[in-house]
Write a protein that binds this ligand. Structure first.
Ligand code: 2M8
Length: 470
């Protein structure tokens, strides 16, 4: 990284430095490994968040993070969920490029990419790069960012179009995913009912590579889950990722509320980018329509009993009933009616989430501890993920829920000060889990610390009162 900027904050003085060091550690020149060993490639939504972190340090490098990813965009507009590093040691990650486009079986796909995708946070990252450049007020930097936005805009448009055409033949405004890996919340109970219904057929044997990178295998998905993950990969490969066929026959087709909500916000941001780059009115109208359609689709996923939004299983034609943090996703989209926002906040405060007395800190667990398949150490089945806390923090700030937002920021920074830049944290002990030095954890810390510099909020001041608030 070049010409790194320093971000100073009062209460968590050394955190920005440490966060920058994590991003430096994982920096591969024009892109960033998601984590030093467990994830030795470029992941799509990780890079979106990483661009937000880098925007605080070096906007040129932040630009390159997104540029490298979008260089590998498929002809269809899809942004692959992994861009593989051709120089990574063979077998350092499973399934690697030899299972995906390097087989030559996927039309319109660059080599060294996977055939899946992930939530479209990229426009949000690109816009953050611009916001920070504007704040600094350096004309040359702003010019560089704006010409990058002009380069990125058609790619973002193609990406968002893909998600609401190929991935939404129903025209519902909601994105269909083909694999839990596309949601980014891999083994969340969100997917249990849909995954339980899948019968695994004949396929070549495989060896997992992830388990050697964690202290305790209960922190990762089970072998049974991996069997299904790899079976779904196999099914996608057998169609050569033919979207129409997948939309008819694939055994896992789910409307993902979190991904769809992120897309709504990404479309709102894309509209602003369209204005900056002077895009035609017809495209602006198309983007607005898509954001509106997304909002309308999300409202149909509301569950009155849970006070949350639920994913929808296209195969069984049923909502997927589980209490997970993804159910708050529409807060990130914004524009939800006031009554439903109040209900969601009540759900967040209830014993199902922050009101659970066993929590070490009032931070949202990925899965409600009251869910039957909750597990405090297992990946997306319970642990607290800083990157998800950032999504909620951002949503709460936009809603004007400042004290709730401040509390998430403060508790998250305290947790990371103590436990390091972990991938996720045990909700009852607060201990770090998964990979250390996780890039997106560092990225959101940089954004939080920068926010602290601009507010009157005193870090640490909310801690004493937290029990009575929850
Ligand atoms: C995790 O997912 C990958 C598969 O894509 C894995 O478990 O190997 C998820 O946490 C996902 O959200 C994240 O993007 C990725 C890299 O951090 O790791």
């Amino acid at each position: 990284m070049t010409a790194e900027r320093k971000v100073e904050t009062e209460g968590f003085r050394s955190l920005p430095e440490q966060a920058a060091a994590v991003l430096r550690l994982n920096d591969m020149g024009g892109w960033t490994k998601a984590a030093p060993a467990l994830y030795p490639h470029q992941w799509s939504w990780d890079s979106g968040f990483i661009s937000i972190g880098l925007a605080h340090l070096d906007s040129g490098r932040a630009i390159n993070e997104l540029r490298t990813l979008f260089d590998k965009q498929w002809d269809s507009g899809k942004v692959p969920h992994i861009v593989f590093n051709p120089e990574a040691p063979p077998n350092s990650y499973f399934p690697g490029p030899e299972h995906w486009t390097n087989t030559g079986d996927f039309p319109g796909a660059p080599p060294y990419t996977s055939a899946l995708c992930q939530p479209p946070i990229h426009a949000v990252g690109a816009w953050r790069i611009r916001e920070l450049a504007l704040e600094r007020g350096d004309g040359a930097e702003i010019g560089e960012v704006d010409s990058f936005l002009a380069e990125l805009y058609p790619k973002l448009l193609a990406w968002h179009r893909y998600l609401l055409t190929e991935r939404d033949p129903q025209g519902s405004g909601l994105v269909t995913i083909y694999h839990p890996w596309e949601s980014g919340t891999d083994n969340s109970p969100r997917w249990d009912a849909a995954m339980d219904a899948i019968e695994v057929g004949e396929m070549p044997g495989f060896r997992r590579r992830d388990l050697s990178h964690v202290e305790d295998v209960s922190e990762r998905p089970t072998d049974g889950e991996y069997q299904r993950y790899i079976w779904l990969v196999e099914k996608i490969k057998r169609t050569r990722c033919h979207e129409e066929e997948l939309q008819k026959t694939h055994p896992f087709r789910v409307k993902d509320v979190l991904m769809s909500a992120i897309l709504v916000r990404a479309n709102e941001v894309l509209l602003r980018i369209a204005e900056v780059v002077g895009a035609p009115q017809s495209e602006r109208a198309e983007i607005s329509r898509r954001a509106e359609l997304g909002r309308a689709g999300l409202e149909l996923c509301w569950d009155e009993e849970y006070g949350l939004y639920l994913d929808y299983d296209v195969v069984s034609e049923k909502p997927l009933r589980s209490r997970t943090v993804a159910g708050f996703g529409p807060l990130f989209a914004g524009g939800t009616d006031e009554g439903r926002v109040r209900r969601m906040l009540a759900t967040m405060d209830s014993r199902h989430f922050l009101g659970d007395e066993r929590l070490a800190r009032p931070l949202p667990p990925s899965t409600s501890p009251s869910e039957a398949r909750f597990h405090p150490r297992s990946y997306w089945r319970g642990p607290v993920w800083p990157v998800v806390s950032w999504l909620l923090w951002r949503s709460l700030l936009d809603l004007g829920e400042k004290s709730r937002a401040d509390r998430i920021l403060n508790e998250s920074l305290e947790q990371i000060s103590t436990g390091g830049f972990a991938e996720y944290f045990e909700p009852f002990t607060g201990g770090p889990l998964g990979s250390g030095d996780q890039s997106w954890t560092a990225a959101v810390v940089l954004d939080w610390c920068d926010h602290l510099r601009h507010t009157t909020f005193q870090p640490g001041s909310l801690r004493a009162g937290r029990r009575s608030e929850s």
